[in-house]
Write a new protein. Structure first.
Length: 532
């Protein structure tokens, strides 16, 4: 039985998916929540938020992601960074999932990925869980109701948490699998209730498709000066480094918090919503994001709450440190309706340095920008991946290696070309530790980070005095109004200067060792940065 609005020529049956129970197409939020509550998938919270848990999987499972190797992808995928699945194994997995789905109810959302019509992808997501459908409706861009009558999906995602894969039969690693087949225009997700797999699966797909069109896909947030979309900025960074927090600025208009493209026309958001971490979220520090946790339909994932009052506990991470809320973009008062911005005037690379070595902000040359883009140094923050319980220093190229299916230099060269063509200023911002490494020092004060970013974005920081960092060669400001001078010099914040020197040398060596993999693919000026 079909319920809801759909192109009559593009039902699941028309796609060869038959024998299901009820299929709910493109339900609106109230109806989705009613179904989710009726199926005991969660509870209704304050303001009509939807409270749910994701069970065993409270973060992504990157080791269980696979790409199907075909004639199309054989020479275009970065296989050293990607798990390979054969076409035969995918076909068996697909057939077994469809057999498992028979008789079960499913929820479909037909959505757009990409605010720029020239580069958007029309995607159908078919989910076993009703609340996943609510999450998808928040996270992607919604067609007008009339557009659904003629909607034709270019790619389809099937998400079936109750299906367990068989590694021997399906060519995967465990009972959990996320498998992308570019040729068949399909992504299969099994045995995980973590909703983030839906959005990151599509993000990885966009990262594969867009470079062929000369568009730079970016794991970044973005905003622009209110009333002036031309004056925009992007913020690269892995989860937990501050992309969402730092782009939600009351003085600037939010384009998006996580995934964007940079085309010949400017910046555009892939998504239609935000997926914010809520651990230690406060009404005082981040009022716009905090307010969304009490708005109708916001998905509250893996948060402890009072069973009677439904009051959320933002400090209790007993379920996971990766507690999150998902909400539509218009829940942020200063969010862009169009999801479009100009060419970035400032490119900010956010790193969470658990070593306590890097300064809170540094100005980069174009060659240094490519070096740090390819390096992607940061720390995995607790909870964002299975098994990560405290910050782990890591190198994640393009600040998003798990989502980058092509070789890193493809993205690095695109970024460098965009920077050169449009004259962007590049900054490295450390939101990690100061005064010592993790366990000894303290987290960089967010007030100081915001002050430094404001000075960078409004151009005033460029007019100040800079010193050359002895370890990495980039420029570091020596004084910024509103920020303690001592904070700008990481060595000065350490009580044991010799310990800082040793830690800095260790980090330099880690950078050098990691970058050897790119030396054969880069220009001489970037090599000069690597050699020092």
């Amino acid at each position: 039985m079909t319920i809801g609005r759909v192109n009559p020529d593009q039902t699941l049956e028309a796609q060869g998916i038959s024998g299901l129970g009820q299929v709910y197409y493109n339900l609106l939020e109230p109806a989705i929540i009613e179904e989710a509550l009726r199926r005991d998938e969660g509870e209704l919270g304050k303001g009509g938020a939807f409270l749910c848990e994701t069970g065993e999987f409270t973060g992504r499972s990157p080791k269980d992601k696979f790409t199907v190797k075909t004639a199309t992808t054989a020479d275009t995928i970065w296989w050293e960074n990607t798990n390979e699945m054969s076409e035969a194994h995918f076909d068996v997995l697909h057939a077994d999932m469809l057999a498992h789905m028979k008789g079960r109810d499913y929820f479909v959302q037909d959505v757009f990925c990409g605010a720029d019509p020239s580069h958007r992808l029309d995607v159908r997501l078919c989910t076993e869980l009703a609340w996943h459908n609510l999450f998808i409706r928040h996270m992607f861009r919604r067609p007008d109701r009339a557009e659904l009558d003629t909607f034709v999906p270019e790619f389809t995602v099937i998400n079936c948490p109750s299906f367990k894969a068989d590694p021997a039969r399906h060519g995967c690693r465990s009972e959990t699998v996320i498998a992308m087949n570019i040729d068949k225009k399909m992504i299969l997700i099994a045995n995980t209730q973590y909703a983030g797999e839906n959005k990151k699966g599509i993000f990885g797909l966009m990262n594969y498709l867009l470079p062929e069109k000369g568009v730079m896909p970016m794991h970044c947030s973005a905003n622009h000066v209110t009333g002036n979309p031309v004056d925009s900025a992007v913020f690269f960074g892995l989860s937990g480094t501050g992309k969402t927090t730092l782009s939600a600025d009351s003085e600037r208009t939010l384009i998006g918090d996580d995934e964007h493209g940079w085309s010949d026309r400017g910046t555009f958001n892939f998504e239609g919503g935000c997926y914010a971490k809520t651990i230690s979220l406060s009404r005082e520090a981040e009022p716009e994001i905090y307010a969304t946790t009490e708005m109708f339909g916001t998905v509250i994932e893996n948060m402890v709450y009072d069973q009677e009052t439904k009051e959320l506990d933002f400090e209790d991470d007993s379920l996971t440190a990766n507690m999150r809320c998902a909400y539509p973009m218009h829940y942020i008062p200063n969010a862009s309706e169009s999801g479009l911005g100009g060419h970035p005037k400032n490119v900010v690379m956010l790193t969470c340095d658990a070593f306590g070595v890097l300064p809170p902000i540094a100005r980069l040359t174009p060659a240094q920008a490519m070096y740090h883009m390819l390096s992607g140094f940061t720390s995995k923050v607790a909870g964002t991946e299975r098994g990560v319980t405290e910050p782990e220093p890591t190198f994640s190229t393009c600040f998003g290696a798990p989502f980058m299916p092509r070789r890193p230099e493809v993205y690095g060269n695109l970024l460098r070309e965009k920077i050169a063509a449009h004259g962007a200023t590049c900054w490295l911002v450390n939101t990690g530790w100061t005064g010592g490494a993790y366990g000894t020092g303290s987290r960089m004060p967010i007030k100081a980070t915001r002050t430094l970013l404001h000075a960078a974005l409004d151009g005033s920081l460029n007019d100040g005095q800079f010193r050359k960092d002895p370890h990495f060669g980039f420029e570091v400001p020596v004084h910024v109004t509103g920020v303690e001078d001592r904070l700008l010099d990481p060595r000065a914040t350490w009580e044991d200067k010799a310990a800082y020197d040793a830690q800095a040398q260790k980090l330099v060596e880690m950078f050098a060792e990691n970058f050897t993999q790119y030396v054969a693919y880069i220009d001489e000026d970037v090599k000069a940065v690597a050699i020092g």
